[in-house]
Design a binder for this molecule. Structure first.
Ligand code: AMP
Length: 470
């Protein structure tokens, strides 16, 4: 199963932009560990360096000749079939007005159809990634200005996208009309930056200014002057659809997304779960599945009055990309990352707080480990409702058949994972935990099958390019 992607852009003539982008990407590493790339520009020329693996692996030995005063970076966790060098972002093309680079987080659900049309018109694609259509649509647009060409391209897209474009001279940050995926603006001495998550700003010494608005296009072509804001989208929906799973699992605890502190949302999720499960089981201690489960477990402990202890220690140096499938088959892969703290769990009745059950394999392995370390009982509490449907907005849960909740009832899942009890938070409870976001402005499609923009139907009809077919 795959995560998301992370994007980072900077315009600052006073700093080494490649170095700052490296730091920005470093703090977004949790959003993608398959490849990393940085593109820089100096007003005349664009340069790029990309590679497979973690940010440290790709850039640890230096940035070659990545000079300039603006830069764009990307960390990727691609879908199956797309794990090829040519697909590493930022994507770069040479169109009629010069260099153009793009870094995108999201999924364009009509990319197959758009690609097909463009190919019929003679356009040649260089990659197999969905976001290349954005570059090609910009290149083909007949509108007079660059910003209008971008808007023209964006109007044709269906799906989720938070993307940053870079020309030789400027950065353009945009978010889809629903604001599915996060993107925010930061101010630093001498310049501006944009990032998928605000945690990047702390590392580069920038301050979070605000989130990019759904449907907004922000043009940054000066280090001092305010970026120019335009709405690229004239037809805005009544509600936004910010991905609730960012708060539950994806984002880092220290980020703030759409005015909501992720840590606070997770504490609230834990508190809410404690309220909803009151009297359902007896336990001695609350433990978490780190990292997203930790604030939630603290919230659960605060609300229930039970002590919170570290029952699982995480090995922080496990890079997923370095684990070979054959190795994984030979051992309990969860044990690579998490190990029970015996003196905490032995003989205890545990509340184990985790963010989600998707396929159910992680929980089953985890409970086996805890029971093997002497836990008397394991009461699983999950800070999201059962995942019952696919995500078409950038989280790779597209294969419905792999979702355990589509096949099994709650009791069956409890039995299958080997827990003594299993409880999920309610849909309403989860939404309310995000106190800074209006509940109707959250996308919960993977939990309630309500797709705000009808992307499920678009994706079902979208032709799959032949090279991606099984
Ligand atoms: P499983 O039920 O075995 O599929 O594993 C669920 C666990 O995987 C969750 O507790 C998360 O820690 C993690 N997870 C959830 N969604 C994703 C995702 N889209 N990509 C990677 N890991 C995920």
């Amino acid at each position: 199963m795959k995560d998301e992607c992370g994007v980072f852009g900077i315009f600052n003539p006073q700093v080494d932009v490649a170095q700052y982008t490296y730091w920005g990407l470093f703090s977004l590493q949790h959003r993608g560990q398959q490849s990393a790339g940085i593109c820089t520009a100096d007003g005349k020329k664009m340069r790029s360096k990309k590679g497979k693996g973690l940010v440290l692996k790709v850039f640890g030995k230096g940035f070659d000749d990545l000079q300039g005063h603006l830069a764009l970076g990307h960390v990727l966790y691609s879908n199956a079939g797309l794990d090829q060098e040519i697909n590493i972002q930022p994507l770069r093309v040479f169109y009629d007005d010069g260099d153009l680079a793009l870094a995108c987080n999201g999924t364009i659900n009509n990319a197959g159809a758009l690609r097909h049309d463009l190919q019929k018109r003679g356009v040649i694609f260089n990659t197999t990634v969905d976001s290349e259509v954005v570059l090609q649509l910009i290149a083909c647009s007949k509108k007079p200005t660059f910003e209008e060409r971008v808007a023209d391209a964006l109007m044709q897209l269906k799906g989720a996208f938070a993307l940053v474009l870079m020309t030789d001279k400027k950065l353009i940050a945009v978010r889809d009309r629903y604001g599915f995926r996060p993107l925010c603006l930061g101010k630093m001495e001498g310049g501006w930056c944009v990032a998928s998550e605000s945690c990047s700003f702390d590392l580069v010494g920038a301050e979070l200014v605000r989130d990019i608005k759904p449907g907004e296009m922000l043009v940054i072509d000066n280090g001092e002057k305010e970026p120019v804001s335009k709405m690229w989208c004239s037809q805005m929906p009544d509600n936004c659809a910010h991905c609730v799973f960012e708060y539950v699992y994806i984002a880092r605890n220290d980020s703030r997304i759409d005015k909501q502190d992720v840590y606070a949302a997770r504490v609230n999720l834990g508190r809410q779960l404690a309220k909803e499960t009151k009297g359902k089981f007896k336990a001695d201690v609350v433990i978490s599945v780190p990292d997203s489960g930790t604030p939630a477990a603290q919230g659960f402990a605060m609300e229930s009055g039970l002590p919170f202890m570290e029952g699982l220690t995480k090995n922080r140096y496990v890079g997923r990309t370095f684990i070979q499938p054959t190795q994984v088959q030979r051992l309990n892969s969860v044990r690579l990352k998490l190990n029970p703290v015996r003196c905490v769990v032995k003989g205890k009745s545990l509340v184990v707080v985790d963010d989600s059950i998707v396929r159910g394999t992680t929980s089953a392995k985890l409970i086996k480990l805890l029971k093997g370390a002497g836990a008397k009982e394991v009461h699983m509490v999950i800070t999201s409702p059962p995942v019952v449907d696919c995500c078409y907005y950038g989280v790779d849960t597209r294969d419905k058949a792999t979702l355990i909740s589509t096949r099994c009832s709650k009791d069956e899942i409890c039995k299958e994972i080997g827990a003594d009890t299993l409880n999920y938070i309610s849909l309403e409870g989860m939404k309310e935990a995000c106190t800074a976001v209006v509940p109707n402005d959250l996308c919960c499609a993977c939990f309630n099958s309500q797709y705000p923009d009808g992307s499920d139907k678009v994706a079902a009809k979208d032709p799959v390019p032949v090279w991606l077919e099984d």
